[in-house]
Design a protein around this ligand. Sequence first.
Ligand code: NDP
Length: 391
Amino acid sequence: MARVLIIGAGGVGQVVAHKCAQVPEVFTDICLASRTVSKCDKIAAQIKRPIKTAQVDADNVPQLVSLIKDYKPDLVMNIALPYQDLHIMDACLETGVDYLDTANYEPPEEAKFCYKWQWEYQERFKEKGIMALLGSGFDPGVTNVFTAWALKKHFDKIDELDIIDANAGNHGQPFATNFNPEINIREVTAKGKYFDNGSWVETDPLSVRKSFDFPEGIGPMNIYLMYHEELESIVKHFKIDKARFWMTFSDNYLNHLKVLQNVGMTRIDPVKYNGVDIVPLQFLKALLPDPASLGPLTTGRTCIGCLIKGTKDGKPKQYYIYNICDHKSCYEEVQSQAISYTTGVPAMIGAMMMLTNKWRGKGVFNMEQFDPEPFMEKLNIHGLPWKEVIL
Ligand code: NDP
């Protein structure tokens, strides 16, 4: 029996609203709030159960506080953008309400995401007796839980962790991003970084590439080394020698991105145009397809998983755990493509873990700090079944 306030009515927010509504025994009351209330109303109209909607500017802490005091949720789910994380955490602190998100904080003026800012809330959340669960999407999120599961069930020690994210789907558009274009392009154009024997090694953006043979008929695809936020928390909480993150990109995507970068369209600093300050990447976002609009157009599958090398009972072991998700099936269920689906389902399950006290604590937590078992069980039930292979 819980009231939940979902903030953000984009591609992922839509899935979170649908999936929470499918579990009325946990989510008895749902309110979906966002900057543009018409987007909340559109989503509410798709859902069979009645859910409330509200308008809120999540960068305005007093507005958030007043919405929270008015609706009285047990949990606030931040499904807006990373820029809103600290404002929503401030509002949760002021009102004494638990917090969950799917992406770590990133200052708008600098493409540099990291957990430092949110981990700094640890003592304040603890003192207030409330809980924050950070990064409850797929990657970060499920990938952290997969790693914790591997350590619990299959390894005494992990030597190498490779998180590999493939979108083997097609939306038929010349160029589009699967989630918020601004966040996506900032992430992809940043330097790569991986963890190796206690230190971080930097690489030029998308300069390290190899081929990986994906399971279940997806086949070989090029994967590119990138820096991803779960690496930071996983190597903090577990002793792992080497940890890397890889993502697939089509040649078409990379060619478009290269041209956009070369002409300055991915810049995040303001440029004067006709006397007005314009941030080129924000302008580009306005031109690109809204990721939420890709739902009906996307076919194919995603495959995200962890390839792990380590030891068990003194013997070397290699293991792969993954989920495959079909874009069309997601659209049939919740009118969204698989990228939003694979993020929204774990957000709902993370909320369920908190609201049913399966995962509980005072302070700020990452996903791998809790028992992976109940979460893994719910993934199978709520649309993201996983498979594991001993190699
Ligand atoms: P969208 O851009 O589709 O949606 C973002 C939503 O947040 C929009 O409805 C937007 O409102 C709203 N919003 C933005 N700013 C504010 C504000 N100040 N106040 C209130 N609402 C606001 O993004 P996605 O749904 O694709 O992504 C949502 C989150 O999920 C992002 O943080 C992204 O990084 C994360 N993500 C995490 C993944 C994971 O696996 N962990 C994978 C993919 C995404 P408006 O419509 O008015 O613009």
